[in-house]
Design a protein around this ligand. Structure first.
Ligand SMILES: Nc1ncnc2c1ncn2[C@@H]1O[C@H](COP(=O)(O)OP(=O)(O)OP(=O)(O)O)[C@@H](O)[C@H]1O
Ligand SMILES: [Mg+2]
Length: 251
């Protein structure tokens, strides 16, 4: 059993204010994520998944309620959290190495070099350190984005549909790679996905959000042994249950 709460969210409400209108994006979300847990979040488009991730990442500070890492309320972005988006967001004018270096916040030259090499190795791309993002495939760019998010050794990795733009085979490969990284680095993972099968394959727990305003509709604990077998009957049964929950949201 996992013990301590790593991320604690209490009664989180987020309203986007525009000139003449307001959008209630999240409504009273309360959620605990344990240390080293792999949490997946699914929900209809526009239900507030990215908003939730951005708030945990400290990129959006205008909300009510509390979001804490350990016992500390978050006040902004921090090295304890890395974030990966659907598109890789690498700087096109910098090489892979330079993109990693740009993200690195502290350490001597030697320490930095070691961190960059270690993390490029982690995603199998040390040979491409001098390539520019434009010379990489979508899967390779996303691997660099994952390495970059991990280079400051965050305790928490936030992933917002990280494989959404990839072809099916690359997607399966990267799912496995992220699981291997999770086991090796012992990070707490919070991943948003549209793909229910991906959520069941990867998550210890899957949260289904309601349509906007986003609330937590239901949660499923996935205690299947790893590595999981996608064609296993129980796996398929859980996938179906989540799909039905999801469909009720969609209609
Ligand atoms: N900067 C913003 N200003 C105003 N409204 C916004 C802003 N960002 C998001 N919203 C609105 O808040 C709601 C939640 O958006 P969010 O991007 O978090 O949804 P999502 O669940 O990530 O959707 P998707 O699955 O399509 O990525 C949407 O209705 C969206 O239009
Ligand atoms: Mg989103």
């Amino acid at each position: 059993m996992r013990d301590s709460n790593h991320v604690t969210i209490h009664n989180l409400t987020k309203i986007y204010k525009k000139q003449n209108s307001e959008v209630l994006a999240l409504n009273g979300i309360s959620l605990n994520v344990s240390r080293n847990e792999f949490l997946c979040i699914v929900g209809a488009s526009g239900c507030g998944k990215s908003t939730l991730l951005r708030i945990i990442g400290g990129l959006d500070r205008e909300y009510s309620g509390t979001v804490s890492i350990g016992k500390t309320k978050i006040t902004g972005p921090g090295l304890d959290r890395g974030i990966v988006f659907q598109e890789h967001r690498l700087l096109p004018w910098l090489t892979v190495w330079e993109n990693m270096e740009f993200a690195l916040q502290k350490g001597s030259k030697e320490e930095k070099n070691k961190l960059i090499i270690d993390h490029l190795k982690l995603v199998g791309l040390e040979r491409f350190k001098n390539a520019y993002p434009g010379q990489l495939s979508g899967g390779m760019s996303q691997r660099v984005a994952i390495a970059r998010a991990l280079v400051n050794r965050p305790e928490i990795l936030l992933l917002d549909e990280p494989f959404g733009a990839l072809d099916a085979l690359t997607r399966l490969k990267l799912q496995q790679e992220v699981l291997d990284i999770w086991e090796q680095e012992k990070t707490t993972m919070i991943m948003v996905t549209h793909d229910i099968e991906e959520a069941v394959y990867m998550g210890d727990r899957v949260i289904v959000m309601s349509e906007r305003p986003g609330t937590i509709k239901k949660e499923f604990t996935i205690d299947l042994p790893r590595p999981r077998n996608r064609s296993d009957t129980v796996f398929q049964q859980i996938r179906k249950e989540i799909y039905q929950e999801f469909r009720q949201v969609e209609v």
